[in-house]
Each structure stands twice: as C-alpha cells, then as structure tokens.
Design a protein. Structure first.
Length: 393
C-alpha cells in the first residue's frame, strides 16, 4: 500500500505527533527507494489524462510566476450537446512549457486510480481530507515564486529533480480565512536542497518556499495537500453540542441586569465541556465517522444486485469505525450508523481492514451466517452506499 510506504518513510505515527504542521523536513530516498512513487504517475499516464480529460483552467493550468493566459495554448472547441471548451493545442502547450511554464493538474487523485487509492489511504492514516496536485516542469524558472500555502503538504518526488528553497514562517498557523495576511516574503532562505526521485518532503502551512526544476531535466512531483483541522473547527463542533443546554438555545438577554449572569453560565457550561475527559478524541472520532467517502461506483452489480462467492468488496469509506454497542456490532461511516447482529462482527472487522475481500472469505469468517443470508446483508450494505464492488476474483 502506497500510504504504508509513505508512513514508513516519514517515521510512522511519530510524524503526525511530532512533525506534521511544525517544521519542514526532507526525507531522502536511499538507493532502493528511488522508484517508490514511479507507479503513481508516469509520463504516459499524464499524457493520457491531458488528451482525454476536459481539464479547464484552473483545474489544469500553466504558470510562469502567474497563470499563463489560456489563449496562448488553447483554441475554442464547440459541440452540439456539450458546453464549449478551450481545448489545449499540443504544440502550443509544449511551447509554453519549453519557455519555462510549470504544468499544474489540481485534484489529480479524482482522475487517476493509483493516486486516488494512495490519497484514500493517507486520509485513513492522518484522519483528514487529502487533495493531490501534480506538478511538471522543465526549466529553472520558478512557476510560483516565493509563497506559502494555507495547508500542510507532503511532497512526493516522482521523477527528475527539483530545487527547493525554504524561507521559514512569518505567521504561525495561518488560515484560508484569516484575520491578518502576511504578504512580505522573507528574502533569505533558511534551507536549500534538491529533491531526488523517491524523496519525500513535508512543508507546514505558512512556511514560505519556492521550487524549480533543474535546467533541462523534466521534473514530476505530487503534492498531497492536507485539510486543516484547527481549534476553530473544534470549537464549531463544540458549539453544536452545546445546543443541548437551554441557556444556549435561549435568546441573548436584552436586560443588562441579566447579561452578566447569563454569560457566566455559558462560560461555565463551555468549560465543563472542554474539560470533559476524551473530548478531543471524541471530536476525531466524529470527523472519521462523518467524513464522506471518495466517489466510487459498483456497476453493474449495484443495479442487478447479483453478488457471488467470488465477488470482491470493500468499504466505501476508509475512515469509518467498527464498535460494539448494546449487544450489536456497529459500523459508523459517512455520517451513518449500521447496526448488525454480533455474528456479523468478523465480517465488519475484516472489511474495516480496507483491503478488498471476497464474499467467500467473509463466509469463512462468519460460519454461523449462511451464504445466502450473508450475500443479502452485503447487498443491503452496498445499496446503502457502505460497500463498493471491485470485480470478481
């Protein structure tokens, strides 16, 4: 699994606990690791995506310090039954890249299965939404100049080399919607290095940086952007929980004589909630149990309902949880809860491994359930969107 490989390179659970969001760090590949990410995106893969997908700006764009005007490398194309489109013209597209533009494809994880699988696995490990962008460049010209991102990133160097300069942080933990914006970039880098194939880099949000390819050497890298989960998000969730109290549901007092006592009571209730044991873990569980699944279809069996012993299935969500409550086994995922009899526990726990599994193997794990009954249960879970069919053995 790609995420296991990345996790191992980053130091396992020490990475989210001690490095993520705190400081930049490069993890250099050894001689046996230079092709670790080559399977995620090849140059033929990228060519195929560009030729067969309708990738409009800003989803697909060229940048040479600023976004290149689409008229420089596209031509309008009209259709009778589809929206018109600015279609890239290959030779014009190539010319812009020769002149120093960087190619960016946003959310390539939604288009390319190997990257989609890797992103889903990273989401399960880090407990946050992941979007992967692809960057391809050929010259020493910086595509974006010195800048910072409002989210943490994990960079995977797929092929070629890329020179990075890190300038440090001038505002700690900036947000997309922040109360202040720091536009004054530092002028002196605090670190400089060249990313080689197989290298991994973490850059925390707010850290100024710039990157460019080695002159004349094609560079291809993937940037995994991690959605932020901030104290502001946590307090929004706590605010929703507080509606159980009548003092929170009541109108704000207009009488000045009542206001001090009311605010004191709110502070008391909020403090009790924040000091309750395990409240932060409860929040992380909530995020995992309500995270939407990555889009996946199960044709034709989702329509026909035809499952067999050789059908391969997996959970739609990589972030759901399985627990036991009141004598039942419970799958919590995508904001829903499925309650099943205890005999189904081995089935749900095996599915929660997130590796595709055949109905035949699930039958062996739950011999108390007949094959017909298990297939009926699995079909119901698939109809509810909890399971995805991935073909036959």
């Amino acid at each position: 699994m790609s995420a296991d490989l990345i996790s191992g390179r980053l130091g396992g659970d020490q990475f989210p606990a001690q490095v993520l969001g705190r400081a930049h760090r490069r993890y250099a590949a050894n001689a046996d690791q230079t092709t670790d990410f080559a399977h995620l995106l090849t140059w033929p893969d990228l060519n195929q995506l560009l030729a067969t997908r309708r990738l409009d700006v800003p989803r697909m764009r060229l940048s040479d310090g600023q976004t290149v005007d689409v008229g420089q490398y596209t031509r309008p194309r009209t259709y009778r039954r589809m929206p018109n489109w600015n279609a890239p013209v290959p030779h014009l597209f190539h010319e812009q890249l020769r002149q120093g533009a960087t190619l960016v494809v946003d959310a390539i994880d939604e288009m390319h299965p190997p990257i989609n699988t890797m992103a889903a696995e990273l989401e399960a490990w880090l407990g946050t939404r992941v979007q992967v962008n692809a960057y391809a460049s050929w010259t020493a010209k910086e595509g974006f100049g010195v800048h910072w991102d409002d989210h943490d990133v994990i960079v995977l160097q797929v092929s070629g080399r890329k020179r990075w300069r890190i300038y440090g942080t001038t505002r700690q933990a900036p947000l997309y919607s922040d109360v202040e914006v720091d536009d004054d970039a530092p002028t002196e880098p605090v670190d400089e290095f060249t990313m080689e194939p197989g290298d991994v880099l973490h850059v925390p949000r707010g850290c100024w940086h710039a990157a460019s390819a080695s002159e004349g050497e094609p560079s291809l890298h993937l940037t995994c952007g991690l959605n932020t989960t901030t104290g502001a998000d946590f307090l929004d969730w706590v605010n929703g929980l507080m509606r159980e109290h009548v003092e929170v549901r009541s109108d704000v007092p207009r009488n000045r004589g009542d206001q001090a006592a009311w605010t004191y009571r709110l502070a008391e209730l909020i403090t009790q909630r924040l000091q309750s044991p395990g409240v932060v873990e409860e929040y992380w569980d909530h995020l995992n149990q309500t995270a939407p699944a990555r889009m996946a279809f199960s044709l034709p069996v989702a329509v026909t309902g035809t499952l067999s012993a050789s059908s391969r299935l997996r959970l739609a969500s990589h972030r759901g949880t399985v627990s036991e409550e009141n004598g039942q086994v419970v799958l919590s995922a995508q904001g829903r809860r499925w309650r099943l009899a205890p005999v189904a526990a081995p089935v749900l726990h095996r599915l929660a491994d997130h590796e595709p599994v055949t109905v035949k193997e699930l039958c062996r794990l739950a011999p108390e359930i007949s094959e017909d009954a298990l297939i009926s249960l699995l079909r119901r879970l698939m109809d509810d969107g909890a399971l995805v069919w991935e073909g036959e053995e």
